[in-house]
Design a protein around this ligand. Structure first.
Ligand SMILES: Nc1ncnc2c1ncn2[C@@H]1O[C@H](COP(=O)(O)OP(=O)(O)OP(=O)(O)O)[C@@H](O)[C@H]1O
Ligand SMILES: [Mg+2]
Length: 370
């Protein structure tokens, strides 16, 4: 049996990864220059896949990386130990060598614990007591610098970085890593744009203007065409170009949804995609998201609902249109407040081109149902 050539869920690599060629080149050169970057994009936009692909390619230049997801960390102790563990593991050395190395570089007298799981994989942690915790934190934050100084280039990725402010580590982290300047490259990632923006664009916050803002874009139709058509062909099925256009019109090139659509379409197709199969797939994908969208809709104010409809009606441009505001019975001031609220909730965003929905399927659902 031939298996489905598409995939959606966690990070993708190799044959499941489509395009982003120029973005990968740019990120690699930023890393080589030791720049710190901020990468934000909506949920499921392909941030992790993209960054890991660029970093895997850098391994050939003997540049290592560590990846720490801050989403599930709730205390500073957890941060110290999870971070210490990924740093220790990145050494890829036998445990006793790792322990000795840290004994030589850490200023605190570290009590390093090593635990082995059922598969024999070690995990490292520090025995922390309250007196030396601040010191331990500083020490661990400086480990990447020690790596760099001993000749090992390293990139540190903090995913869901906005969470650092909940841990109350924002100022501390910044005060330490500013001295790592071009020796260690940091990548700050996340999907909560409004929170990240506040962290990096507010003059009173520690990370103000300390990074390059790296924007990843949706993947264009041409790239999807090649990707999807060739995967159908390799698995002895056929899809015409016009269907790719229809998929991308619906998903706006959003990676997760585009792969999901292609996956389901492939599953429903015996030999060749036709209109009936296409419509059935579209309906199924929308139905699957419906509950989530209904909750999202319930969670916004009446004025925010009106604002979303105006965005759809005006295609995101020249929104302050008297006729529209009158039609939806909303005053300019309230409309402005509603837009701000929607941006804060990461439901919409604004570019030089106008306003748009962060989630293309939610837009489709609102325009069809409400
Ligand atoms: N370059 C790509 N080519 C093809 N598909 C992709 C690509 N990037 C992402 N995808 C699709 O999107 C899905 C989610 O990707 P990924 O986990 O990298 O996104 P993310 O932005 O890190 O998500 P999250 O917000 O959950 O952290 C993948 O399973 C895959 O289906
Ligand atoms: Mg991710």
């Amino acid at each position: 049996m031939i298996s489905n050539p598409f995939y959606y869920g966690g990070a993708v690599k190799k044959e499941h990864f489509c395009n982003r060629v120029s973005e990968i080149k740019e990120l690699k050169s930023d890393i080589n220059a030791g720049l710190n970057t901020l990468i934000y994009a909506p949920r499921r936009f392909g941030k992790t896949s993209f960054v890991l692909k660029a970093l895997d390619e850098l391994k050939e230049q003997n540049i290592k990386y560590v990846f720490l997801d801050l989403m599930y960390l709730s205390t500073i102790d957890e941060f110290i130990n999870k971070y210490f563990n990924v740093l220790a593991k990145s050494l890829e050395e036998p445990t006793d060598k790792v322990v000795n190395f840290f004994k030589s570089i850490l200023k605190i007298r570290p009590n390093i614990n090593v635990n082995f799981d059922a598969a024999g994989t070690p995990s490292f942690s520090l025995a922390l007591n309250s007196e030396d915790k601040t010191k331990a934190l500083e020490d661990v934050l400086n480990i990447p610098l020690s790596f760099a100084e001993s000749g090992q280039k390293i990139v540190v990725v903090f995913d869901e970085f906005q969470e650092i402010s909940n841990l109350e580590l924002e100022a501390k982290l910044r005060s330490i890593i500013q001295y790592h300047s071009d020796k260690v490259a940091y990548i700050f990632m996340g999907s909560k744009k409004s929170m990240l923006h506040a962290m990096f664009l507010d003059k009173n916050r520690p990370f103000y203007k300390s990074v390059k803002h790296f924007k990843i874009k949706e993947i264009k139709e041409e790239s999807w065409s090649e990707f999807i058509i060739s995967k159908f062909a390799k698995t002895h099925k056929e899809i015409e170009q016009r269907y790719i256009s229809k998929i991308v019109e619906f998903t706006k090139g959003f990676p997760y949804y585009t792969q999901q659509f292609a996956y389901e379409l492939w599953n429903s197709t015996q030999n060749q995609v036709d209109d009936v199969i296409f419509e059935k797939t579209l309906k199924m994908i929308l139905e699957r998201e419906e509950d989530l969208f209904a909750v999202e809709w319930d969670n916004i104010t009446q004025n925010q609902k009106k604002a979303l409809k105006i965005i759809i009606g005006k295609n995101g441009k020249n929104l302050y249109d008297e006729q529209y505001l009158a039609k939806y019975q909303i005053k300019t001031g309230s409309f402005q407040t509603a837009l701000k609220g929607l941006i804060q909730k990461d439901i919409i965003d604004k570019t030089a081109d106008g306003y748009y929905f962060q989630d293309p399927l939610f837009e489709f659902w609102v325009s069809g149902n409400r």
